[in-house]
Design a protein around this ligand. Sequence first.
Ligand SMILES: NC(=O)c1ccc[n+]([C@@H]2O[C@H](COP(=O)([O-])OP(=O)(O)OC[C@H]3O[C@@H](n4cnc5c(N)ncnc54)[C@H](OP(=O)(O)O)[C@@H]3O)[C@@H](O)[C@H]2O)c1
Length: 271
Amino acid sequence: MKLGFIGAGKVGTTLAKYLAPHHTIIGFTSRSYKSAKEAANFTGSRAFEHFEELIPLCDTVFITVPDGQIELVWNEILASDIDLQDKNIAHCSGALSSDVFAGREERGAFGYSVHPLFAVPSKTETYQELHKSFFAIEGDSGHLAEMVALIADEGNVVQVIDAAEKVRYHAAAVLASNQVIALYQRACDELVRCGFTPENAEKALAPLFLGNAEHVAQDGVIASLTGPAERGDTATIQKHLDCLDGSTREVYSLLNDTLLEIAARKHGSNN
Ligand SMILES: NC(=O)c1ccc[n+]([C@@H]2O[C@H](COP(=O)([O-])OP(=O)(O)OC[C@H]3O[C@@H](n4cnc5c(N)ncnc54)[C@H](OP(=O)(O)O)[C@@H]3O)[C@@H](O)[C@H]2O)c1
């Protein structure tokens, strides 16, 4: 495929570098020519002053700008008279779907979201780890198979989802990443109530947290489940609920229900 990138940031540069061995990276445009030039140098491609020069040379154009800019950039493309017939227009947002590319059908273009379920903190280093990433792809059926192949042929696992489920998908990702930080904070707050300093509370929980995260990631939720819910120790759970208060008690109770469901699956009963 001939790939172009509008937005020479972390994800645009990383994805181009990652795909470069098996595809033709035409090049980059960006808000600043300097970023486009750096990304072009890094990926062995060209920097363009404007997308009007880049898009005609590409089969697939990734709009790898911040989420709030994707629709604006797309509307600028729509307002131009570039021939978009048969071109794939994609973004990498987790929160937005391909619906953001409104008006694509009239121009003969195909719209996709191609989301790496992965943190991309660096323009120049993360491409070396991108093979570990799961990707979620959704969009028009016309070229969906080739967009899936673009990523799957690199060895990544790809899940095709419906555009209508994109928000749910993103909420799930937030639950497993950002929200865990909130849960960690709640646990630290309780340790502070036990006399820990905030710094010691964070340090104290770290080995427990990391060990558990590794276990879940490697062996799955059922194999990783330990603690009172797994043992069916309702007396201990009740003592925890009696000592906690406010919304932390509610969070504990709600999450405990899910732990009991996992324990039931693990032991094949509703213990
Ligand atoms: N980073 C992650 O961990 C991650 C993970 C998964 C998905 N994503 C998604 O990937 C997309 C890009 O995120 P990112 O982290 O790569 O952002 P980023 O590092 O901030 O890069 C965005 C780039 O877009 C350029 N840009 C901004 N507005 C523009 C405009 N109007 N026209 C042209 N270029 C513009 C900026 O240009 P200049 O440098 O030229 O100023 C910047 O280089 C987002 O949709 C994000 O949700 C990010």
